[in-house]
Design a protein around this ligand. Structure first.
Ligand SMILES: C[S@@+](CC[C@H](N)C(=O)[O-])C[C@H]1O[C@@H](n2cnc3c(N)ncnc32)[C@H](O)[C@@H]1O
Length: 177
């Protein structure tokens, strides 16, 4: 798979943030490429997607990989499946090969983020944001508002430029409190 610029940046960041013993949540499995990348770097990945097609595509991408658990459920319900985790990736938007009307939404993304921030378990939460499609633009605006009030995590914007609509990353890093 040829990686887009933003995915390359996200993967480089992930590589610098994870340790071999980590358990990572992939909040948006999609075709499983982020989980595939992480599978060589960490102990376990728990991946969520609301679409059966995404789970099936991920099964195919990850067919020789044994440390990724695939869960057909919204990331909002992650507490049902996992309590202790070291990091999280959200790669927002729609399944590139699927129905483009099924996308992540700010309501669900932010309510999940809020729970994760309250857990204060993850050392990082990396969010790849795609503001070029209409739902992505709404999600981006809502997230930019939301991160102004985040507690206990530092906030960094990567590849973000206020004057251009382009894909970017929000990186939250746990502060020691
Ligand atoms: C851009 S794709 C993810 C790309 C993926 N990480 C990869 O490596 O191929 C976004 C995915 O988020 C999924 N999604 C949307 N809302 C979700 C939710 N509430 N919980 C989990 N997954 C969700 C979509 O079904 C879609 O497959």
């Amino acid at each position: 798979m040829r990686k887009s610029k933003i995915v390359r940046i996200a993967h480089d960041l992930l590589e610098s943030l994870v340790n071999k013993n980590d358990i990572i949540i992939d909040a948006t499995l999609g075709n499983g490429y982020d989980s595939l990348f992480l599978s060589n770097l960490v102990t376990k990945i728990i991946g969520f997607d609301i679409q059966e097609m995404a789970i099936n595509n991920s099964k195919e991408t990850l067919k020789n990989i044994t440390n990724v658990k695939l869960i057909l459920d919204s990331h909002e319900n992650y507490h049902k499946y996992i309590q202790n985790y070291d990091g999280v990736i959200f790669n927002l938007g729609y399944l590139p090969t699927g129905d483009k009307s099924i996308t992540t939404t700010s309501k669900t993304t932010i309510s999940t983020l809020e729970k994760m921030i309250n857990d204060h378990t993850a050392k990082f939460i990396l969010i790849v944001v795609y503001p070029k499609h209409p739902q992505g633009q709404i999600e981006s605006q809502d997230l930019l508002k939301y991160i102004n009030n985040i507690r206990n995590y530092s906030v960094e914007l990567i590849n973000y430029d206020e004057s251009i609509i382009q894909d970017y990353i929000i990186l939250l890093k746990k502060e020691n409190i």
